[in-house]
Write a protein that binds this ligand. Sequence first.
Ligand code: SF4
Ligand code: SF4
Length: 316
Amino acid sequence: METASVFDIYRGTTHDGPGLRSTVFFQSCPLSCRWCHNPEGITAAPGVWWEARSCIGCMLCQDACPVSANPAGETGIHIDRERCIRCGSCVDACPTGAMSFIAREWSLPALLDEVLRDQAFYQKTGGGVTASGGECMVQHAFVARFFQELKAQGVNTALDTSGFAAFSAFEEVLPYVDYVLYDLKLLDASAHRQFTGQDNSFILENARKIASAVKEERFRAELWIRTPLIPGATATAENLAAIGDFIAGQMEGQVRRWELCAFNNSCITKYQRLGLPWACQDVPLLRKEETEALRKAAVSGGVDNELVFVTGLLRE
Ligand code: SF4
Ligand code: SF4
């Protein structure tokens, strides 16, 4: 049976497309953005993680580990990911759920049942289901089947993607997509490599191809662009102006919305649970005047002012 590795499902979210939505976070991502808000979703082999607030310190997890991969340190239980064989014995032994698998496998019928629980809300609010990640296109064959079934049930679908996938994979999924939420993070190639670990030429090429395909009505999806505003990385006037130029000049007039998503550090506990440092730990929220200046730079290249929105938390 076809299955997908999924590390989270948010219900009732308003962030990933129109209306009230369920967002399904598919495991694995070819990028490693320095500001990543879902670090647990990057690796293809996620294993287990530990949550301090649920732990009662009984150490049953350590007793259960066959390879001594979960020693306790000053900051709590540390999973040695080189040593861990992802057997799950610590998860079974833990009485509180403090030790858990990061991701789990879902069959197509089970995942459909899960998200269709909220079908009435989708209908009432113009919402639906969003595939996110990680990079959901890593599991594109499953996503295509998932969306095909949702469309058959009258549920609208949104694809939240970094654009880093073969165009042939997009061609498989896009017939079943109502909204493409396409990330354009950095236009400068070397900055893109520096901050995400990958080249952006592939991403830009796919953006052009998807825009052309939408213009030619080969797909009926509505195209949204999303740019994370990360101080010290993406949140510069030069970068926003360059992305604006790209959208205005190379996306065939097909972009219906451009979201500038203000940085927040709400994911810090995820890094703590993984035992990883986070480069953005001390980065502050942006101020309204900063986002206004960035928005101004964004529209300087000719993108319609009405299409550009700042989203997310701001500093008082
Ligand atoms: S998953 Fe298995 S190997 Fe890994 S820490 Fe838990 S018990 Fe040890
Ligand atoms: S078994 Fe669970 S509660 Fe006990 S020490 Fe390990 S993680 Fe904490």
